[in-house]
Design a protein around this ligand. Structure first.
Ligand code: NAI
Length: 340
């Protein structure tokens, strides 16, 4: 089997080369993102491996199909960037990695809360300039604070458990509440408006769908308590960034921790340090002292990279054997995880 990987970075290559040792597929690593312009590079490969900021639209998929691809293997859990209907029409199958490490993402979400609350990002910059003053760095105890978890799938549940460990009261909202999880952890499901009104920290863990697109808009932000910390490791477009900026300017938000951004495509994962940043919304977000942006790195642990590589190569082996693809995603349903 010949596999071509788009948008690859050094840290993933090592994990894929390691996982490939036992199966010996032909791997080609490419740096460009997958788009309709770069898709011809996949010519002659059975499997095209893609990451979150690739543009896997109908045109891209047509070129892949014409180049003899049979499978699009996503190195991500989310698949909102793929035109699944077009893939089905073209006879291209799509698989994802439904779970690589919910701990990686949940721990990063909590890292954002802690860094923002205790002003670690500002303290780090200060002491490097020999400024050892503590003015403006006051945080709060997380202990006994109310935290709201929006989406209690794999990642949301791990986040909730970590925060229960801090002694937080955890409220949750999900369209499919997991009552066994709630009773085992002491987490309480509430309507979204109640979660907004009561939480000192809100962390988003729902997928991006038409129902969740811009779910955090002006009205949702206004419904949140003044001083709320909003954490997004889900997908950027869960939040209306302009509404967020306006709430930050008013001083309504205590902080925002963003691992994802709605226009991150073409920016995140790239070194643009020698260029002028063209995105005015992102540039404005980066001016707030109480906003911490990371470049979609919540997944980035050794364990997660190893799982992404092994799951992807298992999907390729399933294709090779001609059986069921256990991690297939289709326009009508998701085989492995109806909740994803
Ligand atoms: P999951 O599928 O296990 O859980 C998602 C939960 O959201 C489910 O319980 C589902 O019922 C709920 N949900 C879906 N639509 C909803 C709605 N409209 N209202 C309320 N609840 C709703 O997914 P998992 O593994 O926990 O991942 C969550 C998201 O995190 C992924 O979809 C992906 O976008 C993002 N992610 C981000 C990463 C990063 O590096 N920043 C890495 C991995 C995932």
């Amino acid at each position: 089997m010949k596999i071509v990987m788009f948008d690859t970075h050094e840290y993933e290559r090592a994990a894929f080369e390691q996982a490939n040792r036992s199966v010996g597929y032909h791997l080609t690593f490419l740096e460009p993102r997958l788009t309709s312009v770069t898709a011809p590079l996949a010519h002659g490969h059975d499997v095209v491996c893609s990451f979150v900021n690739d543009i896997v639209d109908a045109r891209t998929l047509e070129i892949l199909r014409d180049g003899a691809a049979r499978l699009v293997a996503l190195r991500s859990a989310g698949y909102n960037h793929v035109d699944l209907a077009a893939a089905a029409r073209l006879g291209l199958r799509v698989v994802r990695v439904p779970e690589y490490s919910p701990h990686a993402v949940a721990e990063h979400a909590v890292a954002l809360v802690l860094a923002l609350n205790r002003n670690i990002h500002r303290a780090y910059a200060r002491v490097r300039e020999w400024n050892f003053s503590l003015d403006g760095l006051v945080g709060f105890d997380l202990h006994e604070k109310t935290v709201g978890i929006v989406g209690t799938g794999r990642i949301g549940q791990v986040t909730a458990r970590i925060l229960r460990g801090f002694g937080c009261r955890v409220l949750a909202h999900d369209k499919q509440p997991d009552l066994a999880f709630a009773s085992a952890t002491g987490v309480q499901y509430v309507p979204l408006q109640e979660l907004y009104a009561e939480s000192a920290v809100i962390s988003l863990h729902v997928p991006l769908t038409p129902a969740t697109h811009h779910m955090i808009d002006t009205a949702a932000l206004a419904a949140m308590k003044a001083g709320v910390f909003l954490i997004n490791t889900g997908r950027g477009a869960l939040i209306d960034s302009r509404a967020l900026i306006s709430a930050l300017k008013r001083g309504h938000l205590g902080a925002a921790g963003l691992d994802v951004y709605e226009e991150e495509e073409g920016v995140f994962f790239q070194n643009l340090s020698n260029q002028v940043l063209q995105d005015d919304v992102l540039a404005r977000l980066l001016t707030f002292p109480n906003v911490l942006v990371t470049s979609h790195q919540a997944f980035l642990t050794r364990e997660a990279l190893a799982k992404i590589a092994s799951t992807t190569l298992e999907s390729v082996a399933e294709l090779d054997r001609g059986g069921v693809l256990s991690n297939e995603v289709r326009a009508d349903h998701v085989v492995a995880s109806p909740a994803g």
